[in-house]
Design a binder for this molecule. Structure first.
Ligand SMILES: Nc1nc2c(ncn2[C@@H]2O[C@H](COP(=O)(O)OP(=O)(O)O)[C@@H](O)[C@H]2O)c(=O)[nH]1
Ligand SMILES: [Mg+2]
Length: 371
């Protein structure tokens, strides 16, 4: 005799987690209270939180078959976690929400009804639509959010009042339409989706009041702003150059300034030989560039501990070869046409920069083989 099959899941609720152990069971309990007859599941996507969130999810899943886990090891990132959770599920409707109970779960059935009945692509839980509010936010945080919301206009035409929302529901097809162009950088997965689907999306915003965190601490730090800008940049220029090349080149240009200052100090001010000044300036500029790129360009793959030493060695080695290529090409072009000296120099610089970028992206900040 076969046992009765459980009904097919209609709604997959994807919940990214990092150190959210104390919220796991409470959130499921609250979702259960408001979903009525709709068959649902939650997919927690945990980046191997040190507080043992993944273990808490596994434990709960042993008593509740609607709870699932995607356990990612050796990686971090909110947007990429959401995407992998969505791809690991099969329900026709997908919601994304935070684990900390700041998003009002009682909105979920209304979002689902709106998607089904109004033929929409996306329903957004909005802090700025009628009936919505930022809750206890102070003026400073609200102002920053306001600026970020305006900047969102750079990448989508949609008249979204809360494009920064991390709480939304969509039809599965929309995810696959967005997939080829998704940046998956940073925190703003909703905006990323809106900017990636090549047609205007049919959407609606439902207001809710942003609550205070139930348990644990916020993971957002000042670098969120940086990741947001990288995502906007990727959307604007990512189809022309890899987005990381932009900060890499800017840091490289700043490195030239560092170089000149050190050289001036050594050679002009302290009376050292030009060769000594040039050597030290090169070393300091390379080292500064390495640390800046590690902190900004490759923030999500930041090297730490002994990895820093290995990374610094490979970076300086790669950039030294880049400098040889730079000088070689510039000298060759200069010999061909001495009138175009500036163009020759610039060509050398571009080739050197592209080489440095390409090699260090693989050898210095490439993905580790194992976690
Ligand atoms: N998987 C994963 N989840 C994350 C990461 N960073 C934040 N989260 C989760 O994303 C949600 C929003 O983060 P939170 O710190 O509450 O941001 P805030 O509400 O803006 O302070 C929470 O459920 C976090 O646990 C990450 O790197 N990986
Ligand atoms: Mg939160």
């Amino acid at each position: 005799m076969t046992s009765p099959r459980p009904p097919a899941v209609q709604l997959s609720i994807v919940i990214p987690t990092f150190n959210e152990r104390g919220n796991i069971a409470e959130l499921v309990r609250r979702i259960d209270n408001c979903m009525g007859d709709t068959p649902w599941e939650v997919v927690y996507v945990d980046d191997n939180s040190p507080d043992g969130t993944a273990a808490a999810v596994r434990e709960l899943a042993q008593t509740d078959g609607r709870v699932r886990l995607v356990h990612r090891i050796g990686r971090r990132g909110l947007s990429s976690a959401c995407i992998e959770g969505m791809l690991a599920s099969t329900a026709p409707f997908i919601a994304v929400m935070d684990a900390d109970l700041q998003h009002d779960e009682t909105l979920l059935p209304h979002m689902l009804a709106a998607l089904r009945n109004d033929g929409l692509d996306v329903v957004v839980g909005s802090r700025h639509a009628d009936g919505g509010s930022l809750g206890d936010w102070d003026a400073g945080r609200a102002k920053i959010s306001d600026v970020a919301t305006r900047l969102a206009k750079l990448v989508t035409q949609a008249e979204l009042r809360d494009p920064m929302s991390g709480f939304f529901m969509l039809r599965r097809e929309v995810l696959y339409e967005a997939m080829p162009k998704l940046s998956a950088i940073g925190f703003k997965i909703l905006l990323d989706i809106f900017a990636s689907v090549p047609r205007p999306l049919k959407f609606k915003e439902l207001g809710y009041t942003f609550r205070n965190r139930f348990s644990g601490e916020s993971k957002l730090d000042s670098m969120v702003a940086w990741e947001y800008l990288m995502m906007l940049l990727d959307k604007r220029v990512g189809h022309i150059v890899p987005v990381r090349f932009v900060p890499f080149a800017a840091i490289g240009a700043a490195g030239v300034v560092v170089h000149m200052i050190v050289l001036w100090l050594m050679f002009k001010s302290m009376g050292q030989s030009f060769a000594a000044g040039q050597t030290l300036a090169t070393l300091i500029a390379m080292t500064a560039n390495f640390f800046f790129n590690n902190a900004f360009t490759y923030r999500d793959r930041r090297l730490k501990g002994w990895g820093l030493l290995r990374g610094w060695l490979s970076f300086t080695l790669a950039c030294s070869l880049g400098a040889v290529a730079n000088v070689g090409i510039a000298t060759y072009l200069f010999r061909e046409n001495t009138a175009d000296w500036a163009l020759a120099a610039l060509s050398g610089i571009v080739v050197g920069a592209v080489w440095n970028y390409a090699v260090t992206s693989v050898y210095t900040w490439g993905k580790p083989k194992a976690a």
